[in-house]
Ligand binder design. Structure first.
Ligand SMILES: NC(=O)c1ccc[n+]([C@@H]2O[C@H](COP(=O)([O-])OP(=O)(O)OC[C@H]3O[C@@H](n4cnc5c(N)ncnc54)[C@H](OP(=O)(O)O)[C@@H]3O)[C@@H](O)[C@H]2O)c1
Length: 335
């Protein structure tokens, strides 16, 4: 009799548990279905805003950092094609001048200026004064693209200190400096202004061998979103986190779903004015969404990176990339 009662209780418990799991499963599926529907709806039906109409006053400028190459160069070309005057900020004079001529040729009715500077010195007072004085020459600035960035890192324990320090200055301090210098102007303009901060997918999941790079990109994203809370009445602020883009920084790789700089910039144009955070291009939005559904990321990553062959491969790749960079710097100094 006692056994019968126990079996009955266990049966009821089993049924109850099954109902709970069914409800949880239903809610879980519902949550992802809603998330996915919202994502698809936005992707298909959103309308690009007219940037000139929203941000341009008279003779308005867009300031783009790291504009001599890659994503920054494409931003400059795109904004010039919309009728904004563009100011290119980068460290290599020849490359920057070549980009300036190319833009002038493509968009003859706008003005192009350049500020040659090395953002590794963003933390110094001299640099602050120089940039502040250069920017004060522009009557109206409507857009700031904080794009400049440097990559590489590798095993934290083996990464050179100078490289880590420079990375923090270039990837974080430059963003803070320019935003601090331009925000008072943005807040006093008649029209809304725009800031786009280049973050990266590495901000989402801690990525091994990118400890400093990933951390700087998390900083950029956090910084953007907090400023969006504080300043969104007068400034649209967008944190842009592409996945792989085929540029100098990624050794022009075409794998891992890499897109071109042109596609990356084209893709983010449709996101401006709608959100404060985006992966940009639709391919990266889909990849970002799917990666976001992966469970157990940390466990898998820890298991993979402890494999000896993975460690050897990573060391080799970073060694090659770092030495290629050093050879490039030597060539530049010779010139
Ligand atoms: N490529 C990707 O897969 C990817 C993915 C996510 C996020 N991002 C982010 O996108 C941004 C642009 O990356 P990218 O791939 O276009 O890089 P890139 O092709 O290497 O271009 C970087 C630009 O920054 C300039 N720059 C670098 N260090 C500088 C310094 N110390 N002072 C002044 N200018 C400097 C470079 O000038 P020089 O030509 O003189 O070197 C170049 O104009 C970065 O913030 C990066 O973190 C890139």
């Amino acid at each position: 009799m006692e056994n019968q009662n126990l079996n009955k209780t266990l049966e009821i418990l089993k049924m109850e548990l099954m109902s709970i799991f069914t409800i949880l499963g239903f809610l879980f599926a519902h949550f992802y279905f809603l998330k996915f529907s919202k994502f698809l709806f936005h992707l298909i039906f959103k309308k690009k805003i007219d940037l000139k109409d929203k941000y341009y006053q008279t003779d308005s400028w867009a300031i783009i950092t790291g504009a001599s190459d890659g994503i920054g160069k494409e931003f400059a070309k795109k904004l010039a094609s919309f009728g904004f005057n563009v100011c290119l900020m980068a460290r290599n004079k020849e490359k920057t001048e070549a980009v300036a001529s190319e833009i002038k040729h493509l968009s003859p009715n706008i003005q192009v200026a350049s500020i040659i500077c090395d953002f590794r010195f963003s933390e110094t007072d001299d640099f602050h004064l120089k940039i502040s004085s250069e920017l004060s020459k522009f009557k109206d600035i409507a857009i700031l693209i904080n794009n400049v960035g440097m990559g590489l890192n590798g095993f934290f324990i083996e990464s050179p200190w100078e490289e880590m320090r420079d990375m923090i200055n270039v990837n974080c301090m430059s963003f803070v400096l320019l935003t601090k210098l331009l925000s008072p102007h943005f807040l006093s303009r008649g029209k809304t202004s725009l800031i786009i901060n280049l973050s990266s997918y590495t901000r989402v999941n801690p990525t091994p061998f990118c400890s400093i790079y990933g951390a700087t990109k998390s900083f950029d994203d956090y910084f953007s979103r907090v400023l969006d809370y504080e300043l969104s009445e007068k400034i649209d602020i967008l944190s842009f986190s592409p996945l792989f883009v085929s540029t100098n920084m990624t050794g022009f790789r075409k794998d891992f779903g890499a897109i071109s700089s042109k596609e990356a910039v084209e893709g983010v144009m449709g996101e401006i004015g709608y959100k404060n955070q985006t992966y940009g291009h639709w391919k990266h939005q889909i990849m970002g969404f799917l990666l976001g559904c992966v469970l157990g990321w940390e466990g898998v990553v820890k298991w993979v990176i402890r494999k000896e062959w993975v460690q050897k491969m990573v060391k080799k790749e970073f060694y090659k990339a770092r030495n290629a960079g050093k050879a490039f710097e030597k060539e530049e100094k010779k010139d």
